[in-house]
Design a protein around this ligand. Structure first.
Ligand code: SF4
Length: 436
């Protein structure tokens, strides 16, 4: 049963170093806070793909503290891929016994079904969808329009993020953000040392096991491969996600376009071999992939399943009858029907089509926009972007504002509109301005 009290202070608890340090200090040093613990709500949005070690440490060290002080702790997640299905409250208790790390509809469920990976091109839209929106929805529900203070775990040297948060929440009278680590002058190192001194453990960074933002440098990629080597099932999971996306789009690679399978093959060849072996026994589908680009960020894809079976059977079917069959430099066999223009970059209007045998994980997806794209392409006419769906501009505008803050979102939307000159891009600018 949900707790009927209206919280006055809310901590968005991401399970990582920063918010854990705040929580432990509040629970163990009453002088560090100016509120009663009865008024506190701690809330975590579960992506479903967090490192198990983070979960084990929270269960061992944090849940007992929350139980001891009777602090309300809610665990929430997306109910499905569609926001219209709302969120799922996994637990909401002042005596939490376990962590629901598995979430409900996982971020990885979405990635596999869509045949993609979290994108690093903009800001963390995966996080906005799997965490930010879930938290906002739950908090709105429990605060019922009453004012509350929202503690955010930005570190003392992250003042730019603090400023951005202020910009994003202008006009939201019920929420007042505050930043305990900034007030205390604590940076990451202080938080890590504090947790080690208090709990006797090295607290790990929280993230999804495949997080592309955790592999943005050579050293970080090597550290990730080492983590996967120690926990091979998690590594194989991440590699399957990358392979699934890569098969359907040769430009994919978990590390911002770079393929993690190449890093793994170099640093942990036994894991790469296991990945290849696993793929051989994974049910496959023969996909017909059609893609059209309309400019800087707009692309449309149609995915058709032609057949299903073993990897070997699907590759044999693909190769039957010859044609432009090629093993790409990613090691994946494709039959090209139309290749996109070599060298063309993101600001293009272009098409491509190929057949590929890929794990039977991505959902077939129709897309009538491709019919128009092929007609335009055959007649040599410039590709016309598809008409915006009802509410689409508003939803994109909302995500951009959450990800970038209002001012930057507007600047980016204007750039996009100048580049694309499409009705959708103009509607996005109008939606961002209308929300100001
Ligand atoms: S941890 Fe990484 S992959 Fe997971 S939601 Fe956050 S940014 Fe996205």
């Amino acid at each position: 049963m949900s707790d009927p009290t209206v919280p006055k202070v809310i901590l968005s608890y991401g399970l990582g170093v920063d918010s854990t340090a705040i929580l432990v200090r509040w629970l163990t040093e009453p002088a560090s806070r100016d509120f009663d613990l009865r008024d506190l709500l701690v809330v975590t949005a579960m992506t479903g793909d967090e490192w198990p070690r983070s979960g084990a440490l929270v269960e061992e060290h944090i849940l007992p503290l929350l139980r001891k002080h009777r602090v309300r702790y809610a665990q929430v997640a997306r109910a499905s891929c569609s926001q219209t299905d709302g969120i799922k409250v996994l637990d909401d208790s002042r005596a939490p016994r376990r962590l629901y790390l598995e979430g409900a509809y996982k971020l990885s469920d979405e990635m596999f079904e869509e045949g993609t990976i979290p994108q690093t091109g903009g800001k963390r839209l995966c996080s906005v969808k799997a965490k930010g929106w879930v938290l906002d929805t739950f908090i709105e529900d429990v605060t019922q329009g009453h004012p509350y203070r929202n503690a955010i775990g930005f570190e003392a040297d992250e003042l730019e993020r603090v400023a951005k948060d202020f910009v994003q929440t202008v006009g939201k009278t019920e929420r007042t953000a505050f930043f305990p680590l900034v007030e205390w002058g604590w940076n990451r190192l202080v938080c890590e040392e504090y947790l080690e001194a208090q709990l006797g453990v090295e607290w790990p960074k929280s993230a999804c096991v495949y997080c592309p933002f955790a592999i943005t440098s050579k050293a970080k990629r090597a550290a990730m491969v080492e983590r996967w080597r120690v926990e091979p099932e998690l590594g194989l999971f991440a590699l399957l996600m990358e392979h699934n996306a890569l098969a359907l789009n040769p430009r994919m690679g978990l590390a911002g376009g770079l393929r993690m399978i190449d890093e793994v093959a170099r640093l942990a060849p036994e894991l790469a071999a296991k990945h290849r072996e696993r793929l051989e026994s994974t049910p496959h589908a023969l996909y017909d992939v059609e893609r059209a680009w309309y400019g800087a960020i707009t692309a449309a894809r149609r995915l058709t399943v032609l057949d299903t079976g073993s990897k070997r059977q699907m590759e044999a079917r693909l190769a039957a009858g010859g044609g432009d069959v090629e093993v790409g430099e990613d090691g994946i066999l494709r039959k090209w029907i139309v290749r996109s223009t070599p060298g063309s970059k993101l600001r293009r209007r272009d098409v491509e089509r190929f057949l590929v045998a890929a794990p039977q994980l991505a959902r077939a997806k129709g897309n009538k926009a491709l019919d128009t794209a092929w007609k335009d392409w055959e007649t040599g006419a410039p590709l016309k972007p598809p008409r915006a769906k009802k509410g689409q501009a508003r939803e994109i505008a909302r995500l951009m504002v959450v990800a970038y803050g209002r001012e930057e979102a507007e600047a980016k939307a204007i750039d996009l509109a100048l580049d694309q000159k499409t009705p959708l891009s103009l509607e996005i600018v109008a939606a961002i301005r209308g929300a100001s």
